[in-house]
Design a protein around this ligand. Structure first.
Ligand code: HPA
Length: 246
């Protein structure tokens, strides 16, 4: 089954014909909220709002382990994550959609593995290619079918938040090789890999990163919000097309 983890601006999926909601308990605590089950274009899909349905859980307090575990428990084998990001590269301005193919993790203090504690043997996952290329290719095909431009590849920098970055931090992140910056891509992607779930993401650029483009003098939060509202429907259409693919 396919799961969609919706980020800011995507607390529900209008196209999901919901059948029921289910609160799932996990050994790692409570997910961000109940899972919403339903169908899109006849295909079973589960939806989870990463920040809770009332958008109250900040990026560093999301229980990523419980979220991914709960989805796996319910039979999920693919996750498409939707996340708003800031664009680092000049050409990645507000309104661009991108399917990243790499990650740099700057987060800290998050519970980021299932392999810890007790008598769990030390386990190292391969994370050379953090996103499932098969699922990414399907997303790109879905975007083409939907007529929504979706850039193929890019390096996603995961920052701790909840504050936005300083201009110098963005300069450093760019020197490191990142293209977009968000706060929720990790440890979500790694946890999915630990559980053998295919994982891909649609990054929705809602602002130039700090110190860049229209954010040179600062980032206007109301403009981020407006951009998110204006753009998220396009991510939704890509997901609908994905669900409709054979
Ligand atoms: N930085 C980090 N996370 C973000 C940004 C940003 O500029 N925009 C949206 N999410």
């Amino acid at each position: 089954m396919l799961a969609i983890i919706g980020g800011s601006g995507l607390a529900q999926l209008a196209s999901l014909e919901a059948t029921h909601r289910k609160a799932v308990r996990t050994p790692y605590g409570e997910p961000s909220g109940p899972l919403t089950f339903g169908t899109i274009r006849g295909r079973p899909v589960v939806f989870l709002a990463r920040h809770g349905y009332g958008h109250t859980i900040p990026p560093h307090e999301v229980n990523y382990r419980a979220n991914v575990w709960a989805l796996r428990e319910e039979g999920v084998r693919q996750i498409v994550a939707v996340a708003s990001v800031g664009g680092v590269r000049a050409d990645l301005g507000p309104g661009v959609l991108l399917a990243p193919n790499q990650i740099i993790d700057y987060t800290w203090g998050r519970r980021s593995t299932y392999f810890e504690g007790g008598d769990v043997p030390v386990t190292h996952i391969d994370f050379t290619h953090p996103y499932s290329d098969a699922l990414r290719q399907r997303l790109l095909a879905a975007a083409r079918a939907a007529g929504e431009p979706l850039l193929d590849g890019g390096v996603y920098a995961a920052t701790q938040g909840p504050r936005l970055e300083t201009a110098a931090e963005v300069d450093r992140i760019e020197r490191d090789g990142a293209d977009v910056i968000g706060m929720t891509g990790m440890p979500e992607a790694a946890l999915a890999r630990e559980l053998g779930i295919e994982y891909a993401a649609i990054a929705v650029v809602v602002n130039h990163a700090a110190g860049r483009g229209e954010s040179t003098g600062g980032i206007a939060m109301d403009r981020i919000e407006a951009m998110l509202q204006a753009t998220i429907g396009r991510a939704r259409r890509v997901i609908e097309a994905l669900a409709g693919m054979p």
